[in-house]
Design a protein around this ligand. Structure first.
Ligand code: SF4
Length: 363
């Protein structure tokens, strides 16, 4: 068995599931805050094997899903501006804004929208189209944002003045605080995001255990990683000794990636941000520092953040807060399917509604 298959080992996974059944002595409602974990849990087939007392909640860990209706309305304003090319990750194309509009519809009406795989691709697009302004849609968490910041530094170094970014990046720890501060919070423990933690390390999560007495386990994405994390949660709740544990040491350094954080801090500063279904979370977004204003699409192109409310009937807000299972949404698998999504949680491949639909989960 090599290193990469060891964490998928069926015998080891089975023995961890058995241990979980033996050691669970009270209900455990755990939330993952990473879309990759959402999919990994379903893909592994472990969900029905877990003890009945273990309840899996999906949190606000899919960046596309948490993009607020007002933010969608803001970038749709771009589609109407002459001389603008929108560069975006493909997942955003069908994310509905107010009135059900989306980038795909805008593209069909003539807007110039290019799907890219990185911010760097958008920079190349700018270099190839010197007569146009290329706007990269900056959606993502701490994992993506440093690469966008690095691309902005490259744009400055290369003197590419026709490149800018609409920064709707979001930060995970303030969202965890907002969830835990909600008196109706139903979360007993967090499965902390492996990718985001490669940048953050352990420190920014300490308040989860210290202030809210809630276990937080940084975990990888293989079955053994996830099951081990669940066992640590069970153990902490038994002993009442709560801590943040880095259970993904093969990828995550306890200190995270200081160089990536330094690049991020050079270009961006924190600001309040809107989250779909949650509302405004203090200090949970990233905006440009004044010295990088020329790369800020919001200021440069005179965009606004229009008032916009939730899509009628869509329960994404409750799903993202762990208050409702996707299959309990009245529209799930009826009016709302991946082929014809009503809300963003059904659009993104990492959205919990899409995962429930794909893996045919009914409860
Ligand atoms: Fe929204 Fe569709 Fe999910 Fe319901 S099933 S919460 S309408 S995305």
């Amino acid at each position: 068995m090599n290193f990469s298959t060891a964490f998928k080992d069926p015998d080891l996974s089975r023995s961890l599931v058995e241990r979980l059944h033996r050691e669970l002595d009270r209900p455990l409602r755990f939330m993952e805050v990473c879309g990759t974990h959402t999919v990994a849990i379903f893909q592994s087939g472990m969900r029905p094997l877990l003890p009945a007392g273990v309840k899996h909640l999906s949190g606000p860990g899919c960046p596309v899903c948490v993009t607020h209706e007002s933010e969608v309305a803001a970038y749709l304003q771009l589609a109407e501006k002459p001389g603008v090319i929108i560069a975006t990750f493909g997942d955003l194309m069908r994310v509905p804004g107010p009135g059900g509009d989306n980038l795909k519809l805008a593209q069909a009406k003539g807007a110039r929208v290019e799907i890219v795989y990185s911010a760097h691709d958008a920079l190349k697009l700018a270099a190839d189209n010197p007569g146009d302004t290329v706007v990269f849609l900056g959606i993502g968490f701490e994992t993506t944002a440093p690469t966008v910041a690095a691309t902005v530094l490259m744009a400055r170094q290369q003197g590419l003045a026709n490149f800018c970014v609409l920064s709707f990046h979001k930060l995970v720890p303030p969202a965890l605080r907002a969830l835990l501060a909600d008196p109706d919070c139903a979360v007993d423990a967090f499965l902390l995001p492996g990718h985001v933690s490669t940048i953050l390390g352990m420190e920014p999560y300490r308040f989860v255990a210290d202030e809210f007495h809630t276990p937080g386990i940084i975990a990888g994405f293989d079955p053994v990683d996830i099951l081990q994390a669940l066992l640590i949660m069970v153990e902490q709740r038994k002993t009442g000794e709560f801590a943040i544990v880095n259970s993904y040491r093969r990828a995550v350094d306890d200190a995270g990636n200081p160089r990536a954080r330094e690049i991020l801090d050079t270009v961006f500063q924190t600001a309040d941000a809107l989250w779909r279904g949650i509302g405004c979370i203090p200090g949970s977004g990233l905006v440009f520092r004044p010295e990088f204003e020329q790369y800020d699409a919001m200021a440069r192109l005179g965009l606004t953040l229009p008032e916009a409310g939730p899509i009628a009937g869509c329960k994404c807000g409750d799903v993202l807060k762990g208050k409702m299972q996707p299959c309990d949404c009245p529209l799930f698998a009826k009016a709302c399917t991946p082929a014809k999504p009503v809300g963003p949680c059904m659009v993104s491949t990492e959205g919990s509604c899409a995962a429930y639909f794909k893996y045919n989960v009914e409860a």
